[in-house]
Design a protein around this ligand. Structure first.
Ligand code: EPU
Length: 418
């Protein structure tokens, strides 16, 4: 039910897009790795199940938000389609399994419905390190005869997933691996910190050239996951759209510089705090242009939320999506809510309207789901977001937090709708 102002405090946990990779990285060392600030979300459950099938013991301690992963001396090396199709990040076990076990059979992933997402850079990079990779019966099968060997890999594009897989393969390779045009996301810095704590030697962390000196073996580590900048950013947009006042704790404003700056341009007041930030907005926001780019550019994972914001803003804005072409499918759902959005290729022109009108809509991926919930918060009447499991993949306790902050939101089962 639209119309509430969100006010109060909310705490963000560790980043989904980091913790899934940290869990995969635990495979690189025999013994028990302990991760802290692990969000209680569906994707973490899927990754836990995947690791269990590879022979690991995974135990979550809800009270401390920690997960302990006990990795056997020789993990098994097959990641089946039933799990991989639910979780694209399963592809992140490719690098560590190949490095540790000499073989990785990973079903070709599905995951988000946000367009074709190739694996060409993962494959070409691993081949440069000495792997043989083939595709057979829906599986990507990577093998090596001997230990992987260091090499220089130039990525065509700073792919997050390819950078992570090559890092995890390179840390156990013989000699020096250089990843050029590497991704620089805070989640990449986070996995580098954990790998270094495990005994890896990595230079250039946080830059686009990573230099890895391979070691013979790694040891398990204890690591605290970097806070989720995308969840924090979603709250910041929610505060602005609802003309609310939210204090977001355990957040890193330095990881959200462009997005927070855009919100200031939209008319919000943003204060940095020791452990987070506060966002307030008193008036109807102004429309702001955004262009998605790899970090430190504007994140594609906040693009739908900004389309939602622009759709009720004063003025018009151009939103350009450079990473995932199909992310604009979400626009059709916004139009169902009365938004004035037109797309042409990878541009969307959004003309802000005084109000949206609630309607049934469907979430096609995590961020589209979040964008639709935000739109529902400001639409007149009731908005029903179908397929909310997408939101559960990335946002811990979203509905509970929204209710606590003053929104009129509830989860209903499909039977209640009919
Ligand atoms: N790409 C290729 N070939 C490759 C690898 C990537 O063409 O070998 C293309 C993809 O098709 C895509 C672009 O490069 O168009 C970006 O892909 P990238 O590898 O950088 O992204 P990813 O690792 O698949 C992660 C996040 C996404 C996030 C992107 C960009 C995880 C599990 N996923 O995906 O998060 O949007 O980086 O920052 O970390 C989300 O959380 O909602 C989400 C989709």
């Amino acid at each position: 039910m639209g119309g509430a102002r969100l006010t109060g405090e909310v705490r963000v946990t560790g980043a989904k897009n980091s913790v899934l990779k940290l869990m995969a990285a635990s495979l690189l060392a025999e013994g028990t790795t302990v991760l802290h600030e692990v969000p209680d979300i569906l994707d973490v459950e899927y990754m836990s199940e995947l690791l269990r099938r590879l022979g690991c013991e995974v135990v979550r301690d809800g009270a401390t938000r920690s997960v302990a992963i006990a990795v056997p001396e020789v993990p098994s090396h097959k990641a089946d389609y039933d799990l991989v199709r639910k979780l694209r990040a399963s592809i992140n076990v490719l690098g560590p399994l190949l490095a540790r076990c000499g073989q990785a059979d990973v079903a070709l992933p599905g995951g988000d419905n946000i367009g074709s997402r190739g694996l060409d850079m993962h494959v070409a990079g691993l081949e440069r390190l000495g792997a043989t990779v083939r595709s057979e019966h829906g599986f990507l099968i990577a093998t090596r005869d001997d230990r992987l060997h260091g090499a220089t890999v130039w990525l065509d594009f700073p792919s997050v997933g390819a950078t992570e897989n090559l890092l995890m393969a390179g840390v156990l390779a013989k000699g020096t691996t250089v990843i050029d045009n590497a991704a620089r996301e805070p989640e990449i810095v986070d996995i580098c910190s954990m790998l270094i704590a495990m005994g890896a030697q990595i230079d250039g962390v946080g830059t686009s050239t990573l230099e890895i000196e391979g070691v013979e073996s790694l040891s398990p580590a204890e690591h605290t996951t970097v806070p989720d900048r995308l969840v924090a950013g979603t709250w910041a947009v929610a505060a602005t759209m609802t003309r609310g006042d939210l204090t977001v704790r355990n957040a890193r404003p330095d990881h959200l510089e462009i997005a927070l700056d855009k919100l200031v341009s939209a008319g919000a007041l943003v204060d940095e705090l020791d452990d987070g930030f506060r966002v307030r907005c008193h008036d109807r926001p102004r429309a702001v242009d955004v262009v998605t780019l790899p970090y430190p550019g504007f994140p594609t994972d906040l693009q739908p939320q900004f389309i939602a914001l622009n759709s009720i803003a004063r003025g018009a804005a151009m939103v350009t999506e450079n990473l995932f072409e199909a992310r604009f499918r979400f626009v059709n759902e916004m139009v169902r809510l009365g938004a004035d959005v037109r797309t042409d290729g990878h541009h969307a022109m959004v003309r802000g309207k005084e109000s949206l009108s609630g309607a049934p809509v469907e979430a096609a991926d995590i961020r589209a789901g979040a964008g639709l919930v935000l739109a529902g918060l400001v639409a007149e009447g009731v908005t029903t977001v179908y397929e909310p499991h997408h939101v559960d993949r990335g946002y811990e306790g979203f509905i509970d937090d929204l209710v606590r902050l003053g929104a009129d939101v509830s989860r209903i089962s499909v039977n209640q709708l009919s």
